[in-house]
Design a protein around this ligand. Structure first.
Ligand code: 13P
Length: 287
């Protein structure tokens, strides 16, 4: 069964660790992440961007696949299926399709409109028992066509949105989707600290988990981050392992062309990445 992310994130905030959100792209991705979370006895959040949802034939297909897989694989750790950077329309579609958690990203809208739409979705999600993530300030870089300038969030606006009753809050603190440039200034812990002081118990979300040095991740968790999103790093791991398999000519040996063989090294590499992140975030053994 899919669960709301509320309880797992409340526990994470109180226990000073973070739950990983790993984005999914297909069946292999989903299977690798679920099996690793189960092996590590860790709660997990599966993130689905609108682009990935479309690629996987729509949100209904995704919800059906993930629910059935949790059941068929005998997964007993808490699993939330979460819309990542949703539009208002996408949020409504995922609520309808059976997602257990929603992100409404109104960060590109004027703050009044972000507040209004978030407020409306808080009411719907509460009624249906779903968790809701809101965003203030934007995450830099590009993810599936969602482009952000990467400005740091205003702690007063964070307090205002947190008070609407959302489950978790994503706030820009100099984080970027995808690779960090060589001249990246690092996370703004000053901003994070100010946000945490204004938002109290609210679990904070760190997007752009790929490429953030371990010590910064640990400090962010100390300052109230309870959910960390990782996408690109799993894609790189999959790509690298698949490339090695083909360059080594393994697809040409025997039945090495069989998709179950061809995709296996990539699927294993995703497991290794997820295992590493779960350990770093400290959510192993917390399910
Ligand atoms: P990365 O692709 O940088 O890991 O970011 C993932 C993310 O924040 C998903 O919302």
């Amino acid at each position: 069964m899919l669960v709301s992310a509320e309880e797992m994130l409340k526990k994470a905030k109180a226990g000073h660790y973070a739950v990983g959100q790993f984005n999914i792209n297909n069946l292999e991705w989903t299977k690798s992440i679920l099996l690793t979370a189960q092996e590590m006895k860790s709660p997990v959040i599966l993130g689905v961007s609108e682009g990935a949802g479309k690629y996987m034939c729509g949100f209904k297909t995704v919800a059906a696949m993930v629910s059935a897989m949790v059941d068929s694989l005998g997964i007993t750790v808490p699993v939330a299926l979460h819309l990542d950077h949703g539009t208002y329309e996408g949020a409504k579609a995922c609520i309808e399709a059976g997602f257990s958690s929603i992100m409404f990203d109104g960060s590109s809208l004027p703050i009044e409109e972000n507040v209004e739409k978030t407020k409306e979705l808080v009411a719907t999600c509460k009624e249906k028992g779903l968790s809701l993530e809101a965003e203030v300030g934007s995450i830099g870089g590009e993810e599936d066509g969602v482009i952000g300038a990467g400005e740091c969030a205003d702690p007063d606006e964070c307090e205002r949105v947190a008070n609407l009753g959302v489950t978790m809050l994503a706030a820009g603190i100099g984080n970027i989707h995808g690779a960090y440039p060589d001249n990246w200034a690092g996370l703004s812990f000053e901003t994070l600290d100010a946000i945490q002081q204004k938002t109290g118990d609210m679990p904070l979300v760190l997007h752009g988990g790929t490429g953030i040095p371990d010590d910064m991740i640990k400090k962010a968790i100390d300052l109230g981050v309870s959910k960390i999103n990782v996408n690109t790093e799993c894609q790189w791991a999959f790509q690298k392992a698949t490339r090695e398999y083909i360059l080594a000519g393994k697809d040409l040996e025997g039945k090495g062309f069989d998709p179950r063989k061809l995709l296996a090294p990539g699927a294993e590499a995703i497991k290794d990445t997820v295992r590493e992140k779960i350990k770093l975030f400290g959510s192993d053994g917390k399910a």
